[in-house]
Ligand binder design. Structure first.
Ligand code: BGC
Length: 765
């Protein structure tokens, strides 16, 4: 939900903002399914040569930006030549109305059949105006806000000529070492599914034929989030139950919600690369789920089957991919070079090619590209909508909702916690390179945007206080940092410590902004450590030695193991990478103009050795604890996480009571509880419903999120929350992939996180 109160920090004209935001929201009200005339597709298909059909299945990267390893066979001259011959169906990484129009004109005016191109782009968390990274947004648990974020991204991207985003990533992941945790919604299938759907709705809107909606892409199908040891692109080896119950459901829901494209993935699953996996793409996605959009390969994932040891050469790649149901080849050059011959020699049935082309053309018809191929190429619209002030207002709103208060304890002698900060101009020292960084808060997946455009934390804080002084303490990264190269972290230079320690000694309190560089998470950016990188821990301890009144503002793209900080620092705020409006959002939360309401979408470990650590684990046969050693545990660390899934504090407090279960109708079991704001401030809470199916034919997790609701409560106010459990929530997939509902005992809990709450149980008859 957009809060329309304009923050004093947002410098935009109120009227423009309101009018434009109304139009953002209005686009969601009327449902309009595009009517696609299959006869039109068939008659076009009949006119196409085999080469032109293969052309529709070929996607080229634009010629000046890359989001993967540089293409070996990618010279621009050849690509233009192919474009003119109708051998290209889509491009990626081309943006801006002028550039898009140039290529679209070639496709429409110079090719024999004039079939328009699709223009794909990684619009991951905003296009120019950046919203929080998806993991951060997920922490808002605010589906309306998340939908608005995607809607706004679609408005900006479509204004820049783009009609297809490679988002949302709906990969569930339990491993914080994996750099791409920043791109998804975290560890939980229920939450991740709801968020994926909100994002698809935001991107695709209700009318694909409109000029401000774009097609979405559920990725990466499937299992990519389970890369072994969190190392990107690594082998995936998951059991059947995890695949059916944890990994596949967000994709199935996306298909049911009308997502137009699905991207396969780099990894193998049971030894078969996803791109060559017929079982995943044909048997499950297209046959069982009746997906009628198209599958795009991941960047070069076809040709990577050679490195996997699945295909001997590119020709075999083309054969395997086409037969397995990968409809469009992104940057492998397999189809464009070999598919024609494979059809002619009977290795690939023409019916499969026709099916792929039909799917691609159907999407182009749905987008209205045959009616107006230049509908996204309006330069005046581009000028008006890129960085439109209303988008900054929306980005700020989502950003502040994404912040999670992790700790806020009373400080000795002051009688209150450090947060919210008093607005009495106490002397504040601000320390840490990230405080003065306008780039890192943008995260790593923001290729469409502009570097150094975030409001820094320092800039945000300065709007509230003139009595603050900044000292960097230490650089976080060394040298040039960008999307393509590894970030070099400063591991040795502590020359700025002296100044920071002096500042801390002379300040009433200190705000330390520490965490990860913006390019330390994202694709190809896995870590073995989950600490504060470089010399930051050392800096934190050095400052703590002279001033214990520290608010630690974390800025990072993944859960961190900050056990020392949790034990010693009085107040800790998780801010992820919040995008363009970072500094304003953080300042509003620190100064209490917005009462934090975020909850963790992913467990924070105590130490990296616990990973993967997640809340919805199966019980073991030896759960313990036991006095002797023979139970499932570590000798040197607790089993418990540092902060559990669903956890997040507020400046007020909430109490849960009175759980009531009404199971009179087993098809719709009603569960209610009372939530009371027991503190002195108004605030927002996310009530969460967890369930355990106690005995089942396939062992079920100790807890599973099955419902949540975010709402505001005035100080002292109470309300009832209510959830309904139907077969969809109570059942599960057995090991044949069949959804089953088994009678028996269920435990339930409603609370403000995955650990605490009011409990009850019932028997499903
Ligand atoms: C990523 C995809 C992305 C694609 C195109 C790949 O490297 O895995 O998620 O959409 O590149 O940029």
């Amino acid at each position: 939900m957009i809060n329309l109160s304009i923050p004093k920090t947002a410098g935009c004209l109120l009227i423009i903002c309101l009018v434009h935001i109304n139009s953002i929201v209005k686009a969601q009200n009327s449902v309009k399914e595009p009517v696609v005339q299959e006869e039109k597709i068939n008659s076009l298909l009949q006119k196409m040569t085999l080469e032109e059909k293969v052309g529709q299945m070929n996607q080229y990267n634009g010629f000046w930006e890359i989001t993967g390893p540089a293409p070996k066979d990618g010279d621009a001259k050849k690509k233009y030549d192919h474009l003119r011959k109708g051998m290209v169906g889509a491009v990626l990484n081309v943006k801006g109305t002028e550039n898009v129009r140039k290529l679209q004109e070639i496709a429409v005016k110079e090719t024999r059949l004039g079939i328009p191109l699709l223009f794909g782009y990684d619009v991951i968390h905003g296009h120019k105006t950046l919203f929080p990274i998806p993991l951060g947004e997920a922490a808002s648990w605010d589906l309306a806000a998340i939908e608005t974020s995607a809607r706004t991204a679609a408005i900006e991207a479509s204004a820049a000529g783009i009609n297809w985003t490679f988002a949302p990533m709906v990969d569930i992941t339990r491993d914080a070492r994996w750099g791409r945790v920043m791109e998804g919604a975290g560890e939980d299938t229920y939450l991740g599914t709801k968020i994926g759907l909100a994002r698809i709705k935001g991107f695709q809107g209700d009318d694909l034929a409109a000029n401000n909606t774009i097609i979405a892409c559920a990725k990466h199908f499937a299992g990519y989030g389970f890369a072994e040891a969190g190392r990107d692109y690594n082998t995936v080896d998951v059991g059947t139950s995890t695949l059916y119950n944890t990994i596949l459901p967000p994709f199935k829901a996306a298909v049911e919600a009308g997502v137009q494209t699905v991207m396969n993935s780099f990894n193998t699953l049971n030894g078969v690369p996803a791109t060559g996996n017929k079982w995943l793409q044909r048997d499950i996605l297209k046959d069982a789920w009746k997906f009628n959009g198209f599958v795009v390969s991941d960047w070069g994932s076809g040709m990577e089957m050679i490195d996997h040891g699945f295909a001997a050469n590119l020709k075999q790649v083309a054969e395997q991919s086409a037969n397995a149901g990968s409809d469009m080849d992104m940057e492998s050059y397999a189809y464009v070079n070999h598919l024609k011959e494979l059809v002619e020699t009977g290795k690939v049935d023409i019916k499969l090619v026709d099916d792929a082309v039909r799917r691609i053309l159907r999407v182009k018809y749905k987008l209205g590209l045959f009616d107006d191929p230049y509908k996204y190429c309006d330069a005046a619209r581009e000028k008006e909508l890129i960085y439109n002030p209303a988008h900054a207002v929306a980005a700020l709103d989502v950003a502040k909702r994404s912040i999670v208060l992790l700790k806020n304890t009373y400080v000795k002698g002051s009688g209150r916690p450090l947060l919210p900060l008093a607005k009495n101009q106490q002397k504040i020292g601000v320390i840490g390179a990230l405080a003065n960084d306008k780039n890192s808060p943008l995260g790593s997946w923001r290729i469409g945007s502009d570097d150094n455009t975030a409001v820094s934390v320092l800039e945000g804080l300065k709007k509230y206080s003139s009595n603050l002084t900044y000292a960097k303490g230490a650089d976080l990264a060394i040298g040039k940092t960008d999307f393509i190269n590894e970030v070099k972290i400063n591991e040795t230079d502590t020359s700025g410590f002296k100044e920071a320690i002096q500042l801390a000694s002379n300040s009433d309190m200190v705000i330390m902004v520490l965490g990860e560089h913006g390019f330390q998470s994202g694709e190809g950016r896995s870590r073995t450590k989950l600490n504060l990188p470089g010399v930051q821990q050392q800096l934190l301890e050095a400052v703590y030695a002279v001033n214990k009144n520290i608010v630690l503002v974390l800025m990072n793209g993944r859960p961190l193991a900050i056990t020392w900080a949790d034990e010693n620092i009085p107040s800790i705020v998780e801010t992820w990478q919040l995008g363009s409006q970072t500094g304003h959002a953080i300042a509003q939360v620190l100064y209490g103009d917005y009462n934090p309401s975020g909850k963790l979408p992913m467990t924070f470990p105590r130490s990296v050795g616990q990973v993967p650590v997640y809340y919805n684990t199966l019980n073991t046969g030896r759960p313990g604890p036991k006095p002797e050693v023979f139970w499932s545990h570590y000798g040197d660390e607790s089993n418990k996480p540092l902060y559990p899934f669903g956890f997040g504090l507020s400046y007020t407090s909430f109490a849960y009571s009175n759980l009531v279960i009404n199971d009179a109708n087993p098809a719709a079991v009603k569960v209610t509880a009372t939530v009371t704001n027991t503190g002195k401030l108004d605030g927002e809470e996310v009530a969460q419903l967890y369930m355990r199916d106690k005995v089942a034919s396939v062992v079920r997790p100790v807890k599973e999120l099955k419902g949540f609701s975010k709402f505001s409560l005035k100080a002292g106010e109470a309300r009832q929350v209510s959830f309904t459990l139907t077969a969809a929530e109570l059942g599960f997939y057995d090991n044949t992939g069949t959804f089953v509902l088994e009678p028996g005992d269920f435990d339930l809990m409603i609370g403000g996180n995955s650990v605490e709450g009011v409990k009850g149980s019932f028997t499903l008859k």
